[in-house]
Design a protein around this ligand. Sequence first.
Ligand SMILES: C[S@@+](CC[C@H](N)C(=O)[O-])C[C@H]1O[C@@H](n2cnc3c(N)ncnc32)[C@H](O)[C@@H]1O
Length: 349
Amino acid sequence: MQAGEYTTEYRAAMKGCTREEHAKLTGVIKSTHAKLRQDFKTDGKWEPVWQEHLKDEKMRREYSTAMYSLATGHWERPGAPESRIMWCKNTCLEFFYNDGLKKALAKDERRRLFIEEAAKRSRAERGEGSSCHVQFEENFSINKPFSRKDIDPSTMSACTPLYLLDVGSCYNPFKDFSEFCTVAIDISPAMESVHQCDFVHLVPSPPLPESVAMATYIDALPPTIATLPRNAFHVVVFSLLLEYLPSPAPRWRCCGTAHALLRDGGLLVVVTPDSKHVNRNAPQMRAWRAAVESLGFRRWRYEKLAHLHCMAFRKTGAQRVVRPVACRRRLRGSTVVELRAPAGKTLWT
Ligand SMILES: C[S@@+](CC[C@H](N)C(=O)[O-])C[C@H]1O[C@@H](n2cnc3c(N)ncnc32)[C@H](O)[C@@H]1O
């Protein structure tokens, strides 16, 4: 799947925009993504490519202007075919205010009891240390899951507004929703309310002391941010962010940082473009899921809209240290870089 892959039908659905205007704007988006990917292919290392991109202010400014026009003028207009922003909003509200979190925790508890029971039976039938027993224990402990006592769904739900971090926000689309108190960040902000920040290099700071209210902290944030506190946000949104990054390693890093910044039980919402049929990129979506889940998340919702994959992952456990290995592989005629877990399972293409 390539970033900015929108079909002719989708473009045609962008009424109110001349064909030329739309082509010009999407051209800016596509050429930026293509340049980043090409530079990465040539260089082989993402960090120097990324540093060069950060220095190229002109290109980033053109990108954010084009993105702002496309998003506000066409994609997110009332009546547009699908709204990723509304999907994110509705998903969060269902999770926090409509029993989503409560039901998910109850399911975790049933799963835990089932595994405990199965492990006990297995021990009794086969004797201590049998492979079956070990397998059960490994599966269960993989993310050091939080228990019900760690997350109190009633306090999470009672929390209004929800603290939402919008990464790669561009134009701060969540700012007018009263349900959220939003911190919007971007390497190239298109609005003043968006803080300048490179999330790939953001370093999580210790959690806020109890004496400091989150709202007060947010009000005092400077225009440029290099750090944010751990366990601070109910929601982190990556809407059309990950495919902007030229290789799996910085995407991986971003998901790890999101995990650190989320409160226990919080939600990471990921939206990525794809106008193809749901099955076309299913293996890639499975790889994305495996990658995110291996960092201490569990997928709570997945939906394929006509032009988007929309996913919500809840933070289910303490992050474990995974050292993935980058490998090159041929996929449909081109070379892709993917991350593999040491056991050989593909994590991220
Ligand atoms: C395709 S736009 C998406 C904008 C908006 N989220 C939306 O859904 O319409 C991707 C945005 O991510 C920003 N971005 C890319 N890498 C970033 C990073 N490491 N840190 C912060 N923002 C980043 C880009 O500047 C761009 O504005």
